[in-house]
Design a protein around this ligand. Structure first.
Ligand SMILES: Nc1nc2c(ncn2[C@@H]2O[C@H](COP(=O)(O)OP(=O)(O)OP(=O)(O)O)[C@@H](O)[C@H]2O)c(=O)[nH]1
Ligand SMILES: [Mg+2]
Length: 196
Protein backbone atom coordinates (compact mmCIF):
# COMPACT_ATOMS: atom_id res chain seq x y z
CA UNK A 1 0.00 0.00 0.00
CA UNK A 2 1.53 3.34 -0.92
CA UNK A 3 1.52 6.20 1.56
CA UNK A 4 -1.32 8.09 -0.12
CA UNK A 5 -3.73 5.18 -0.06
CA UNK A 6 -2.75 4.44 3.52
CA UNK A 7 -3.60 8.00 4.45
CA UNK A 8 -6.90 7.83 2.57
CA UNK A 9 -7.66 4.62 4.34
CA UNK A 10 -7.04 6.14 7.74
CA UNK A 11 -9.36 8.99 6.86
CA UNK A 12 -12.10 6.55 5.86
CA UNK A 13 -11.59 4.63 9.07
CA UNK A 14 -12.11 7.81 11.01
CA UNK A 15 -15.40 8.52 9.29
CA UNK A 16 -16.76 5.04 9.67
CA UNK A 17 -15.32 3.88 12.98
CA UNK A 18 -17.72 3.27 15.81
CA UNK A 19 -18.05 6.25 18.06
CA UNK A 20 -19.19 6.62 21.61
CA UNK A 21 -22.83 7.72 21.72
CA UNK A 22 -21.86 10.92 23.53
CA UNK A 23 -19.22 11.98 20.98
CA UNK A 24 -19.71 15.50 19.76
CA UNK A 25 -18.64 16.09 16.16
CA UNK A 26 -19.27 19.33 14.31
CA UNK A 27 -18.57 20.11 10.69
CA UNK A 28 -17.29 23.66 10.28
CA UNK A 29 -16.71 25.21 6.87
CA UNK A 30 -13.98 27.83 6.58
CA UNK A 31 -14.58 30.26 3.73
CA UNK A 32 -13.44 33.59 2.31
CA UNK A 33 -11.33 35.03 -0.51
CA UNK A 34 -8.10 33.45 -1.79
CA UNK A 35 -4.95 33.89 0.32
CA UNK A 36 -6.65 35.37 3.39
CA UNK A 37 -5.07 32.57 5.46
CA UNK A 38 -7.79 29.91 5.88
CA UNK A 39 -5.35 27.02 5.47
CA UNK A 40 -2.76 28.82 7.61
CA UNK A 41 -5.21 29.31 10.49
CA UNK A 42 -6.18 25.63 10.47
CA UNK A 43 -2.54 24.54 10.17
CA UNK A 44 -1.59 26.71 13.13
CA UNK A 45 -4.46 25.35 15.20
CA UNK A 46 -3.97 21.68 14.34
CA UNK A 47 -0.17 21.43 13.92
CA UNK A 48 1.13 24.65 15.48
CA UNK A 49 3.00 25.35 12.24
CA UNK A 50 3.13 28.28 9.83
CA UNK A 51 4.18 28.25 6.14
CA UNK A 52 5.35 31.47 4.54
CA UNK A 53 4.76 30.25 0.99
CA UNK A 54 1.29 30.44 -0.52
CA UNK A 55 0.04 27.15 -1.88
CA UNK A 56 -3.62 27.59 -2.92
CA UNK A 57 -6.00 24.92 -1.67
CA UNK A 58 -7.38 22.68 -4.41
CA UNK A 59 -11.06 21.93 -3.83
CA UNK A 60 -11.22 21.17 -0.14
CA UNK A 61 -8.96 19.91 2.61
CA UNK A 62 -10.41 18.35 5.76
CA UNK A 63 -8.76 18.25 9.18
CA UNK A 64 -9.95 17.05 12.54
CA UNK A 65 -9.11 18.56 15.90
CA UNK A 66 -10.52 17.92 19.35
CA UNK A 67 -10.93 20.65 21.90
CA UNK A 68 -11.72 20.42 25.56
CA UNK A 69 -13.78 23.25 26.92
CA UNK A 70 -15.68 24.19 29.99
CA UNK A 71 -19.14 25.39 29.13
CA UNK A 72 -21.42 26.47 31.96
CA UNK A 73 -19.25 24.58 34.43
CA UNK A 74 -19.37 21.36 32.40
CA UNK A 75 -16.28 19.82 30.79
CA UNK A 76 -16.98 18.93 27.16
CA UNK A 77 -14.84 17.48 24.40
CA UNK A 78 -15.76 18.72 20.98
CA UNK A 79 -14.39 17.22 17.76
CA UNK A 80 -14.23 19.72 14.95
CA UNK A 81 -14.13 18.58 11.35
CA UNK A 82 -12.65 21.62 9.65
CA UNK A 83 -13.50 21.91 5.96
CA UNK A 84 -10.94 24.26 4.46
CA UNK A 85 -12.48 25.42 1.18
CA UNK A 86 -10.46 26.73 -1.74
CA UNK A 87 -10.95 30.47 -2.13
CA UNK A 88 -10.01 30.50 -5.82
CA UNK A 89 -12.98 31.15 -8.16
CA UNK A 90 -12.45 28.02 -10.26
CA UNK A 91 -13.69 25.95 -7.31
CA UNK A 92 -16.84 27.95 -6.57
CA UNK A 93 -19.11 25.45 -8.32
CA UNK A 94 -18.19 22.88 -5.69
CA UNK A 95 -19.22 25.00 -2.71
CA UNK A 96 -22.80 23.81 -2.50
CA UNK A 97 -21.65 20.20 -2.20
CA UNK A 98 -19.08 21.05 0.47
CA UNK A 99 -21.58 23.12 2.45
CA UNK A 100 -23.84 20.11 2.85
CA UNK A 101 -24.33 19.09 6.49
CA UNK A 102 -22.30 21.98 7.93
CA UNK A 103 -22.95 22.88 11.57
CA UNK A 104 -21.10 26.18 11.58
CA UNK A 105 -19.25 28.70 9.45
CA UNK A 106 -15.99 30.62 9.83
CA UNK A 107 -16.05 33.51 7.37
CA UNK A 108 -12.74 35.29 6.92
CA UNK A 109 -10.99 38.25 5.34
CA UNK A 110 -7.48 39.67 5.22
CA UNK A 111 -6.98 42.84 7.29
CA UNK A 112 -4.40 44.07 4.75
CA UNK A 113 -6.56 43.73 1.60
CA UNK A 114 -9.77 45.79 1.45
CA UNK A 115 -11.43 43.82 -1.35
CA UNK A 116 -11.34 40.64 0.76
CA UNK A 117 -13.38 42.60 3.30
CA UNK A 118 -15.84 44.01 0.68
CA UNK A 119 -16.27 40.54 -0.73
CA UNK A 120 -17.65 39.24 2.58
CA UNK A 121 -21.03 40.42 1.30
CA UNK A 122 -20.80 38.05 -1.68
CA UNK A 123 -19.78 35.11 0.49
CA UNK A 124 -22.69 35.90 2.76
CA UNK A 125 -25.09 36.09 -0.20
CA UNK A 126 -23.98 32.63 -1.24
CA UNK A 127 -24.67 31.31 2.26
CA UNK A 128 -28.15 32.81 2.09
CA UNK A 129 -28.77 31.24 -1.32
CA UNK A 130 -27.63 27.82 -0.10
CA UNK A 131 -29.70 28.00 3.10
CA UNK A 132 -26.84 28.19 5.61
CA UNK A 133 -27.65 31.56 7.00
CA UNK A 134 -29.11 30.34 10.28
CA UNK A 135 -25.95 28.47 11.26
CA UNK A 136 -23.64 29.76 13.99
CA UNK A 137 -21.06 31.95 12.31
CA UNK A 138 -17.85 33.70 13.33
CA UNK A 139 -16.19 36.50 11.39
CA UNK A 140 -12.37 36.48 11.34
CA UNK A 141 -9.96 39.22 10.29
CA UNK A 142 -6.57 37.58 9.74
CA UNK A 143 -2.93 38.81 9.44
CA UNK A 144 -3.10 41.09 12.49
CA UNK A 145 0.70 40.85 12.73
CA UNK A 146 1.04 43.04 9.61
CA UNK A 147 0.24 46.21 11.55
CA UNK A 148 1.84 48.64 9.07
CA UNK A 149 -0.09 47.18 6.14
CA UNK A 150 -3.45 47.08 7.85
CA UNK A 151 -6.24 48.60 5.70
CA UNK A 152 -9.48 47.65 7.45
CA UNK A 153 -10.33 49.44 10.69
CA UNK A 154 -12.63 48.43 13.53
CA UNK A 155 -15.40 50.87 12.55
CA UNK A 156 -15.74 49.17 9.15
CA UNK A 157 -15.62 45.73 10.71
CA UNK A 158 -18.35 46.59 13.21
CA UNK A 159 -20.45 47.96 10.37
CA UNK A 160 -20.04 44.70 8.43
CA UNK A 161 -20.92 42.68 11.54
CA UNK A 162 -24.15 44.63 11.85
CA UNK A 163 -25.11 44.41 8.21
CA UNK A 164 -24.40 40.65 8.04
CA UNK A 165 -25.71 40.04 11.55
CA UNK A 166 -22.60 38.23 12.82
CA UNK A 167 -22.07 39.15 16.50
CA UNK A 168 -18.79 37.24 16.93
CA UNK A 169 -15.61 38.74 15.51
CA UNK A 170 -12.07 37.46 16.19
CA UNK A 171 -8.87 39.10 14.99
CA UNK A 172 -6.10 36.59 14.36
CA UNK A 173 -2.59 36.03 13.14
CA UNK A 174 -1.85 32.57 11.79
CA UNK A 175 1.80 33.62 11.87
CA UNK A 176 2.10 34.50 15.57
CA UNK A 177 -0.84 32.34 16.65
CA UNK A 178 -2.66 35.31 18.19
CA UNK A 179 -6.31 34.39 18.96
CA UNK A 180 -6.19 31.28 16.75
CA UNK A 181 -7.33 28.99 19.58
CA UNK A 182 -10.02 31.50 20.54
CA UNK A 183 -11.38 31.52 16.98
CA UNK A 184 -11.99 27.77 16.85
CA UNK A 185 -13.22 27.62 20.46
CA UNK A 186 -15.71 30.40 19.73
CA UNK A 187 -17.31 28.58 16.81
CA UNK A 188 -17.33 25.28 18.77
CA UNK A 189 -19.02 27.00 21.73
CA UNK A 190 -21.63 28.70 19.55
CA UNK A 191 -22.57 25.43 17.84
CA UNK A 192 -22.69 23.63 21.18
CA UNK A 193 -25.00 26.27 22.65
CA UNK A 194 -27.22 26.09 19.57
CA UNK A 195 -27.60 22.36 20.00
CA UNK A 196 -28.34 22.38 23.75
N1 LIG B 1 1.93 37.73 7.80
C1 LIG B 1 0.97 36.80 7.73
N2 LIG B 1 0.85 36.03 6.64
C2 LIG B 1 -0.14 35.10 6.62
C3 LIG B 1 -1.04 34.92 7.70
N3 LIG B 1 -1.90 33.92 7.39
C4 LIG B 1 -1.55 33.52 6.16
N4 LIG B 1 -0.50 34.20 5.70
C5 LIG B 1 0.15 34.03 4.37
O1 LIG B 1 -0.82 34.31 3.38
C6 LIG B 1 -0.68 33.43 2.27
C7 LIG B 1 -1.98 32.69 2.01
O2 LIG B 1 -2.28 31.83 3.06
P1 LIG B 1 -3.24 30.54 2.89
O3 LIG B 1 -3.49 30.03 4.27
O4 LIG B 1 -2.69 29.60 1.90
O5 LIG B 1 -4.55 31.22 2.31
P2 LIG B 1 -5.96 30.54 1.93
O6 LIG B 1 -7.02 31.46 2.43
O7 LIG B 1 -6.01 29.14 2.42
O8 LIG B 1 -5.94 30.58 0.33
P3 LIG B 1 -6.78 29.63 -0.71
O9 LIG B 1 -6.49 28.22 -0.35
O10 LIG B 1 -6.28 30.00 -2.06
O11 LIG B 1 -8.22 29.98 -0.57
C8 LIG B 1 0.50 32.52 2.60
O12 LIG B 1 1.66 33.04 2.00
C9 LIG B 1 0.60 32.61 4.12
O13 LIG B 1 1.92 32.43 4.59
C10 LIG B 1 -0.87 35.77 8.85
O14 LIG B 1 -1.61 35.71 9.84
N5 LIG B 1 0.13 36.68 8.80
MG1 LIG C 1 -6.12 27.39 1.43
Amino acid sequence: MNSLSKKENEKDEYYYQEREPGDIIYKVIVIGDPAIGKTSLIRKFVKNQFEKDYLPTVGVSISKESIEMEIEGKKVIINLLLWDLAGQPQFYLLHKVYYNGANGVILGFDLTRTHTYSNLKNWHKELVKDGLIDLPMVLVGNKSDLKEERKVGMAHINHMQESLNIPDYVETSAMTGQNVGILFKTIAKRIYERNL
